[in-house]
Design a binder for this molecule. Structure first.
Ligand code: SF4
Ligand code: SF4
Ligand code: SF4
Length: 186
């Protein structure tokens, strides 16, 4: 098989795996709160469910939390972020924050929405080579590291939880997921 045909087939396989993983549901534990969100208890008080940030988010990743299987969740009806289909673009002007009238989102707080974690699915955890997510960090974030024996590691202090690395992983379930940094604080 020539190289271009092999590349084509490999690319098609990866596309198929990516599609299957996306259809399998959200890889992120959460729910995550939008950029600039207040600590959890304060956020629950401040978020008025007004949907201004939902409307302001061009990629459409902010939604009101209405998961039918979890109506008692403290974030029920509050604005949350779903990076399972599209990543947070960390928009230069953070229109989600600018749109918030209540202080639930503020430019004075960190824009990080969570942090990525490597899961047991990651090929580098199974002594295999893979670097498909290597260049996924936005801008200067640079939170992905390939350490000893090629093991993927996350610099959680640098990671902003945008979710792009999760979307780049062709596995189902993905070899990474985005989780809330600290349940109570961020
Ligand atoms: S930074 Fe941009 S993409 Fe991210 S949640 Fe805000 S508006 Fe949406
Ligand atoms: S704009 Fe602010 S108050 Fe309105 S839904 Fe979003 S986070 Fe809540
Ligand atoms: S490690 Fe993943 S979630 Fe974290 S900033 Fe980089 S691409 Fe985004």
């Amino acid at each position: 098989m020539n190289t271009s045909r092999r590349s084509l087939l490999f690319g098609g396989l990866l596309d198929g795996l990516r599609e299957a993983r996306r259809n399998a549901g959200a890889p992120s534990a959460g729910p995550l709160r939008p950029p600039g969100a207040a600590p959890l208890a304060e956020y629950i008080e401040l978020c008025r469910d007004c949907t201004s940030c939902v409307t302001a988010c061009e990629p459409g990743i902010i939604k009101l939390h209405r998961a039918p299987d979890n109506p008692g969740h403290p974030l029920w009806d509050k604005a949350v972020v779903d990076v399972s289909q599209r990543s947070c673009q960390l928009c230069a002007d953070f229109p989600c924050i600018a749109a918030c009238p209540s202080g639930a989102l503020s430019a004075d707080r960190s824009p990080a929405i969570g942090t990525a974690r490597v899961t047991d699915s990651c090929l580098t955890r199974q002594h295999m080579y893979c670097e498909l997510c290597r260049d996924s960090c936005p801008g200067d974030v640079d939170a992905l590291r390939f350490g000893a024996l090629g093991r993927l590691e996350i610099d959680e202090a640098a990671c902003v939880g945008c979710g792009e690395c999760v979307l780049r992983c062709p596995l189902s379930p993905a070899g990474l997921r985005v989780v809330v940094r600290h349940a109570a604080n961020r």
